[in-house]
Design a protein around this ligand. Sequence first.
Ligand code: MIG
Length: 750
Amino acid sequence: MQLEILGNANTVSAQKGALVINTPQAEARVTVYSPTIIRVCITKQSEPDASFAVMQQSQELLPYRESANEIEMNTSALKLIINKSPLRFNFYTADGKELSRDDTRFGTNWQDSRVINYRKLYPDEMFIGLGEKTGNLNRRGSHYVNWNTDAALHGVNDDPLYKTFPFFIGLHSGLTYGLFFDNTHKSYFDFGATTDEQTSWFGADGGDMNYYFFGAQSIREILKDYTWLTGRMEMPPLWSLGYQQCRWSYMSAQEVLEVATKFREKQIPADVMYCDIDYMDGFKIFTWNKSSFADPKGMIDQLKSMDFRLVTIVDPGIKIEEGYKQYDEGIANNYFATYPDGEPYTASVWPGRCHFPDFTNDKVKEWWGAAFTALIEPGVEGFWNDMNEPAAWNQNIPWLVKFGKRFMPEIRNVYGMEMAKATYNGVRNILDNKRPFVLTRAAYAGTQRYSAVWTGDNAATDEHLLLGHRLVNSLGLTGMSFTGVDIGGFMGNPTPELMVRWNSLGPYTPMFRNHAAEGMVRREPWEWGQGNEAIIKKDIEQRYRLLPYIYSGFYQSTQTGLPLSRTLAIDYTDDEMVYDIKYQNQFLFGDSMLVVPVISTELTTNVYLPEGDWYRLSTGEKYKGNQAINADAPLTDLPVFVKAGAIIPMQNVVQSTSEQGDGILLLHIWNGNEPTEFVYYEDDGITYNYQNGEYYKRTISFNPEKKSISLSAVEGAYQSKYKTIKLVMHGFEGSIKEIDNNTAVMMINY
Ligand code: MIG
C-alpha cells in the first residue's frame, strides 16, 4: 500500500469561479457558496464526482491574496488561510478565531484509493451529528462507519445502521462550525477515538476529499445553511402527522378494516393504516394478492369512509418471472443493475430471485414512478420504501455490480435516497396536486427533500426506547425533521408498561407510528388491558390536541431546516449539562416543550432544566431552570415541561385529521418575563396550493412589559378552519383589561 500526503502547491489560479491549486498528488478546488459556506474539493480525477445531495451552485469566486507561503480568502463571515507548502486548509472566523484546520503533518492523504483528512482536535472539542448513529449525543471519543446496512436485530451500540449523513457539527472554545463530507463511498469518522487526543479524522474508501465547511456561529444557523445546501422538507400531508397503525402484516382486507373500525368504535383517534408485504401477490411489487386483497379499491373506499388513509410498502427487488410486468419491462429496457458483462445482477429477497432497479438512472426513476398507478388508482396515498440499503438475503452485494457507469461501492449509500426520489417524483406526478407521504429506511444527505424516515428494526426494550430519541434528535441535526421509530419496538414483545411508556412518547415523536414484526404479539392500543388502553388513548388524544403546534413546527422546518424534535444542544449549546449522558436523551419538541424520555421501570426521574423558568405541562407547577430536579414519572404522566413565555396553539380532540372539529383554536400561553413569539401556520393540509399563497400565517406575540398578547395581521389567502381563538393562560393571576378586536391585541392585568 502506498501513502501519499498532499504536498506543495505548484500552481495557483482562478478558473471558472474556483480557486484551483495543483500539487503533485491532486488538484484542489476552492469554491464559495455563501459567506458562511466554503467548499474544498481535492481530487485526483479530471472531474470530481457529481453530488447527489447538493442543490446549490457556487457563487463567483471572491478575490484572494497570495503570498509566498499562503493564500488568504475572506468572506464577511469566514477567513480561509491556505498554507501552500504543504497544502493545508485552515478556517477562521472573519475576526480571526480559529474554527478548524488541517493537521499540519498529514492534512489530506491517500492510501491507494482511500482518501483521508486529518484535522486538529481541540482539547475541549465536542462533536454532534452524523444522523442515524448510536452512541452518545457528544461523539467525542467515538468512531463511525457509513455503509447503509439492513441492520435487522441491531443492538443499541451497533454501527452502521441504515443511513448515511456525513455531516457533523464541531463545538469548541465557544465556537461552532459544520463539515459535510459529500462522498458516497463507504466512509469513516473518528472524533478522537483512536488517536493521541490531537487529531480527528474522516475519510472514504474512494472518491474525492470533497467537503463543505460551515462557519456560522450558532447551530441554528449552521442547520439553516446545511439545509439550504441540501434542501428542506416540504409541508407533509396533515394526515401523516396523525396516529399511524402498522403491523407486519395485516393479512387481509378484512383484517385491515376490522382494526380501523375498532379505532372508531373505541373513539381512539387515528389516521393511517398500513399494508406490509403480505398485501402483494407473492411479494411482487405493484401487485395485490388476489384472494386476501381481492378488491383493493373496495377496501380503501371503506377506509376512506372512516377517514383512514392507507400506506403500502414497496421493496426494490423485482421478482424474476416472465409475464410479470415489472420484470419484463425492466429486462427489455436494461433497467436493472448488472454484472460488468451486462447480465442483470440477481439476489434473493422476499419474492425469491430478484433483479434490482438502477435508481441512479433517470429513465428507471420515471419507469418506477409511473408504476405507482397500480397503488394510487385504488386509492393508496402513502408509500413506504423498505429494504433499500439495498438488502439481499445473507449477502453483501458484490463490488463489481454496476449501476450505469458506477459500481456498487459508490452507489450503495445513495441507493435508498434515489429510490425514495424515484418514488416521490412518480407519485407526485400521479397524485397531481395532492401531497404524498413517502417513508424510507435507507437514506443519504438530502433525503429530506423526498421522504420521511424511520429508524428500522428496533427492539422492544427500554434501551431501544431511549436510543430511538437520540437517533431522531441526531437525524434532526442532519436535515431530517420528519422521523420516527417503531413505537413498542419491532422485534420482541414489550411488557404492558413499556408499551404504555413508549406510546406516551408518541405525541412528541415527529412521526407517530406503532409497528411490530411478524409473529410478535398484537400491538393495537386495546391489546394491553382496559386500564392501559385508557392511558394509551389519552396519549394519542394528546397528539391530536397538539396538531396545530406540530404543524406549525413542520412549517418552521420547511423554512429553516430546524427539526421538530431537537436535542437541547441546539438551543443550549454552551450548557455542558445537556451533553451529560444522564440528560442527553432529553429534547425540545418544537420551540418550547421539553420532553424527558423515561424507561418503563422507573417512576421518578432526574431532569435537567436549562436556563429560564419551566412549568410542568400536566400540573402547572413552576421550576427554576439551570438545575436538575427529581420529577414524578408515573406511566400516566410522562415528564413534559413548558418554557416560561411559551405560546402553544392546540385544538380539542378530533378522531382524525379529516374531522372538521369544533372550530376553536386554543392558544395556551405560559407566563414569563421575556417577550416571546410564535409563528402560527395553517393550510389545507392536503394540496400544494400553499405554494401559491393559500396559507394562513400570523405571528403571535406575548409582551410581559406591555402586558399584552397580540396577533399580527394574517398573511396568505387561506381561511383558517378555526372560527374562534380561545386563550388559555397559565401562571397568570389577574384579569383581562381590554381587548381590541381590530388590532387583535389584548391587554392583561396581572
Ligand atoms: O425483512 O416488510 O424494517 O419494518 O415490517 C424484513 C417486513 C422486511 C423490514 C422493515 C420492517 C418491515 C419488514 N421488513
